[in-house]
Design a protein around this ligand. Structure first.
Ligand SMILES: *Cc1c(COP(=O)(O)O)cnc(C)c1O
Length: 384
């Protein structure tokens, strides 16, 4: 119940144990096509260029930047937590200039600040932002940021590592040009794969580059020789075959449940957790309108050693939650309700354990009421 990896269903682990096929085997190629279709569903896009990068979310991030950014470019980077800082690093390593739009920790990206950065830097060619900031548990308004970028003739690059399958991610409706996600968060797969999707405008940009993509491994023009079924597949790198079986199975599970139902489930579990935490007297620092259901920042009560609480949760109850990062270090816990981890058992066990531990440590909390409050919230599920 931390910021990922989430619980991996046994169906996914069993899929991984299937016999390893060759990465050019016709049966495996059939699964790759299926997998791309399932990813288009998860991203709500018709983009043909939708496939998993062989590497963790950070490789998907890098893949988007190295293909879309060239030396001398100007990129507007929105930063409201840890991951926006990594985007800046990527832009600068591509030889481009990052114009930073900073928002305080715990708050969403300010669309008006994005608009004014674009007015001051009309040469900007790309706007990059994090949809679901895992370091703070905040959702930013992706549709609005993408609309502003389009008004200024910029492409948009969105991090959807924590958002996909947890909250709506509507790539085509919002007209996002490049997006990357991760296998181990709300998709509940093992870590190590990064689904990505590129719009036609993005592909056009890649094809018209003045300079070659500086990464051979992540160069879309080359990777697609393998992932695109047109013209026969050619060897690029040996695909992580068994990891891809796992991702395929995780996406089949998501498809069986349905995206809308998965979003609703995350919302319902979040409301139950919130009800329990608030009954205990704990505070959630993020404003309700911007809270991510799948990543809950919780303020550490005064006088409580936050690391001791996490240690006891892990050792006595086998529950892992996350620590605060950056400005939130030592001040918040991060409780994940991602994918298969977003279920009543996890919410109730976590609240029960926290109740016991905080009372034992003499924290000023209302004891014995959290689980009942969560059960009551579970009896009245969130609306769509
Ligand atoms: C986890 C995460 C990443 C990085 O993913 P890795 O698989 O750890 O490389 C990037 N962005 C966000 C928002 C994340 O939560």
């Amino acid at each position: 119940m931390g910021p990922g990896p989430s619980d991996v269903p046994s169906r996914v682990l069993q899929a991984m144990a299937r016999p390893t096929l060759g990465h050019l085997d016709p049966q495996f190629a059939g699964m790759m096509d299926d997998l791309k279709g399932l990813l288009r569903y998860a991203f709500m896009t018709a983009n043909p260029m939708t496939f998993p990068v062989s590497g963790p979310g950070s490789a998907g991030m890098e893949s988007c930047f190295v293909n879309l950014v060239e030396p001398g470019d100007t990129v507007v980077v929105c930063r409201n937590g840890v991951f926006g800082g990594r985007m800046k690093e990527n832009v600068e390593r591509c030889g481009a200039t990052a114009v930073m739009v900073d928002s305080p920790w715990g708050e969403p990206v300010d669309p008006a600040a994005v608009a004014s950065a674009l007015e001051q830097h009309p040469q900007a060619s790309l706007v990059a932002f994090i949809h679901a900031e895992t370091s703070t548990g905040v959702e930013s308004d992706a549709a609005e940021i993408a609309r502003i970028a389009r008004d200024h003739d910029c492409l948009t690059l969105m991090d959807a590592v924590t958002s996909v399958a947890g909250i709506p991610v509507l790539i085509d409706d919002w007209q996002i040009d490049a997006v990357y996600s991760g296998s181990q968060k709300c998709l509940s797969c093992t870590p190590g794969l990064s689904p990505v999707s590129f719009s036609e405008r993005a592909i056009e940009r890649v094809k018209n580059r003045r300079t070659p993509v500086q990464s051979w491994f992540l160069d879309l023009n080359l990777v697609l020789g393998y992932w695109s079924s047109e013209g026969g597949r050619s060897y690029h790198h040996t695909a992580p075959v068994n990891a891809l079986y796992a991702l395929h199975e995780a996406l089949v599970i998501l498809h069986e449940e349905g995206l809308e139902a998965a979003w609703r489930r995350h919302r319902t579990m979040h409301e139950a957790l919130r009800a329990g935490l608030e009954a205990m007297g704990l505070e959630l620092p993020v404003a309700p309108a911007h809270r991510l259901p799948q990543l809950n920042a919780v303020r550490v009560p005064d006088g409580v050693n936050e690391a001791e609480v996490r240690r006891r949760l892990l050792e006595d109850y086998s529950i892992e939650i996350g620590a605060g990062l950056g400005e939130f270090a030592g001040r918040v816990w991060r409780i994940g309700l991602m994918g298969a981890s977003a279920r009543p058992r996890n919410v109730l066990q976590c609240l029960g354990a926290l109740d016991t531990i905080l009372s034992d440590l003499g924290a000023a909390v209302n004891t014995g009421v959290a689980v009942a409050a969560a059960r009551e919230a579970l009896a009245t599920p969130a609306a769509a």
